[in-house]
Structure formats: structure tokens, C-alpha cells
Write a protein that binds this ligand. Structure first.
Ligand SMILES: O=C(O)CCC(=O)C(=O)O
Ligand SMILES: [Fe+2]
Length: 362
């Protein structure tokens, strides 16, 4: 029997502690969202206020041909302004993208007790975490999202420890996308005047994590968010979204993408992957590349899935703006820090736009 969802502590126990997730609330047949999910007015997403980001996806197969310079320009320009772009011919098989989405739906359709074994308090593996919202203990309003997170250390550990239901496709996704990620980093770093050695790129993508996000249908999409305003903390994020839509990015500077402060939607493009710059690249580039603020709307018609790969340096890595860039700019906008300290701050606070970067500000 589902508890009363208007009592905060019984809702918390049902959704978070017992691992039923938002999916559990929806399956119980509610007709309106519980109070705990109602966002403050300023955080509610007005669909009508966002335009579509009509920029065509970047064709990465052209990076090694006569259009090389043009493709480099497109990547750099997007990273400097919007912090988001989409890519096609990225090397990840289209069929795999379909399997990933199907796998995410299948995983979240499992009975709660099968997923709840991976809750962070009880997970048999330190690499695997199933949860809901972002930091439920700290949030004014909960996010309408459940997720499973799989950290990658090596193939053997992934094969042994990742949930069998999502393991193979997630590993294949990681395997087939990493050379694209490395190529993109190469382009971005070269444009900063750095001749990146392979070892430098190794450091930037040393840690990887595959997440599966599940946003159930929501009876009041205007009152809730799937994910609140945030930037991603790592190096680059690769995101597979399905055809539902609802990913919005805030424009940081007036540009061809729109006016500063406006929100644009990154529309679903069949076969494409979304790439976004994370906080570490904003820091390394001394603010040149933008780790964009983004958020996700919910919908009342269909559940949505998205499958990001987060890449980041090792927790012990020292991060600071690149000396080549600081020399050119004349000053460093960010101080040097240890990644573990940055992460601790990031993961112990509720989503709050780009506030995470304040930790690194000089
Ligand atoms: O679901 C999406 O489209 C984006 C999810 C996201 O921003 C994240 O997981 O960090
Ligand atoms: Fe994100």
C-alpha cells in the first residue's frame, strides 16, 4: 500500500529510503504531484519562454577531411558561447543508442526491490548507485527523476559489479564514445594554444561514469522539474536523450544562439549525441569555454530517459587554469584545487545553477 504522499516523512521513506523512486509514486496512480515536488515559482519552467536551438548538429566524420577547419570552428564556437552542441557520425552505433534507451526503460520497470538493492547505503558495489532526485536530504523541492549511476574503473570490475540488466550496453557505449571525446578535447585544447599530449587527455578523462536517468510522466509538469538548474562538474558530458525533449540551456552571452539569460531547448535529433562542457573545462580554459547551466522539464504524456557519460579527472588531480591561457589573459579567474575537494562541495549541495564554480573562483 502506498502511504500518504502529503506527509513529508512518509513520502521520503517511500521514495528515497525504500527505493520506490518517483516511479513508485506514479505507479500508485496519483492525480496531482505531492507537495514535496512543487518547485518555487522561480524554478518552474515555462515552456512558452524557450525557443529551440536550431543549430544543425556537427558532423564529426568531417574532422579528418577537407572541412576540418570549419568543423573545428563549429566546435570551438559552441563551446565558447552555449557550452552545448550536438554531434552526428560520432562513432557510436545508432543501434546501440536504441538499445541504451530500451535498456533504461527496462531497468526502471523492474520491481522497486530489484532496484533498491543498489541504493547507496546498501549497494553491493561502491561503483553502483541507484537513487532519486539529486541530494534529497538538502533540497527545497525534490526533482522528478530516478537514476542509476555506474562508475567505471576497468572492464573487469564493470563486468562484475554493474547491474547485469544495463551492464553490456553501458560498457559498449563507453567503449565506442571515448575516441570521440578525446578528439573533441584535442580540438578544444589546441584552440587554446596547448599542444595536448595523449597523457594530458588521459588525465582529463581518467574517471568516467555512465548514468541512466528516468523521468516518469508527471501529472503537473508546470510545477515540477526533472533536473533543476545546474552545470556538470566534470570535463565533457556526452548525453543521449530520447525523442521527448525538455532539455534547456541558459545562454550565457549574446550570440547566434540567442540573448544572454534566455533559455533554449536542445531538440532531440535522431542519431545525435549532445555534448556539453563541464566545470573542469571552464576552469582549465580560464572561463573561455562555458560550462552551461541547464535543466530538464517533465511531461505528462510519456516517460523520458536520458543516458549521460560524465568524464572527469582523477579525484587526486590538481586542477587550475592552463598556464598558456593565463599568460595570454594576464590573470587567472580560478585558483588551483584538488578535484576531490571540488566534488565534495558539488555533491553535498542541492542544484543551484552555476554556483558550483564559485568554489574555484579566485
Ligand atoms: O536528462 C537530460 O537531458 C540531462 C540530464 C543532466 O543534465 C544530468 O544528468 O546532468
Ligand atoms: Fe547535467
Amino acid at each position: 500500500m502506498a502511504p500518504s504522499f502529503d506527509n513529508e516523512s512518509s513520502l521520503f521513506n517511500f521514495v528515497v529510503r525504500d527505493g520506490n523512486g518517483v516511479k513508485g509514486i506514479v505507479d500508485s496512480g496519483i492525480s496531482k504531484v505531492p507537495q514535496a515536488y512543487i518547485q518555487p515559482t522561480a524554478e518552474q519552467i515555462d515552456k512558452k519562454n524557450a525557443s529551440n536551438c536550431e543549430i544543425p548538429p556537427i558532423d564529426l566524420s568531417k574532422l579528418n577531411g577537407p572541412d576540418h577547419d570549419e568543423v573545428v570552428n563549429q566546435i570551438v564556437r559552441a563551446a565558447e558561447t552555449l557550452g552545448f552542441f550536438q554531434v552526428v557520425n560520432h562513432g557510436v552505433p545508432i543501434q546501440l543508442l536504441d538499445s541504451l534507451k530500451q535498456t533504461a526503460h527496462n531497468f526502471f520497470s523492474l520491481p522497486a526491490e530489484r532496484k533498491a538493492v543498489y541504493r547507496k547505503e546498501v549497494s553491493p558495489s561502491p561503483l553502483v548507485k541507484y537513487g532519486t532526485s539529486f541530494v534529497p536530504e538538502k533540497e527545497r523541492a525534490l526533482e522528478w527523476k530516478d537514476y542509476i549511476s555506474m562508475a567505471y574503473t576497468n572492464d573487469d570490475e564493470a563486468l562484475q559489479q554493474w547491474p547485469i540488466e544495463c551492464r553490456d550496453v553501458s560498457l559498449e557505449y563507453l567503449r565506442t564514445s571515448m575516441s570521440m571525446v578525446r578528439n573533441l578535447l584535442q580540438v578544444l585544447l589546441e584552440n587554446l594554444g596547448v599542444k595536448p599530449e595523449d597523457s594530458m587527455i588521459d588525465v582529463l578523462v581518467d574517471k568516467k561514469m555512465v548514468n541512466m536517468n528516468y523521468y516518469p510522466t508527471c501529472p503537473n509538469p508546470d510545477l515540477t522539474v526533472g533536473v533543476g538548474r545546474h552545470s556538470d562538474m566534470g570535463t565533457l558530458t556526452i548525453l543521449l536523450q530520447d525523442g521527448i525533449g525538455g532539455l534547456y540551456v541558459k545562454i550565457e552571452e549574446d550570440s547566434e544562439f540567442g540573448k544572454k539569460g534566455e533559455w533554449v531547448e536542445i531538440p532531440p535529433v535522431p542519431g545525435a549525441l549532445v555534448i556539453n562542457v563541464g566545470d573542469m573545462i571552464q576552469v582549465l580554459s580560464n572561463g573561455k569555454y562555458k560550462s552551461a547551466e541547464h535543466r530538464v522539464r517533465t511531461t505528462s504524456t510519456k516517460s523520458r530517459v536520458s543516458i549521460p557519460i560524465f568524464t572527469m579527472p582523477n579525484a587526486t588531480a590538481k586542477i587550475a587554469p592552463l598556464p598558456e591561457v593565463v599568460e595570454k589573459d594576464g590573470n587567472a579567474l580560478y585558483k588551483e584545487f584538488i578535484l576531490a575537494d571540488y566534488m565534495k562541495n558539488f555533491f553535498s549541495n542541492a542544484h543551484d545553477g552555476k554556483k558550483s564554480l564559485d568554489f574555484a573562483k579566485n
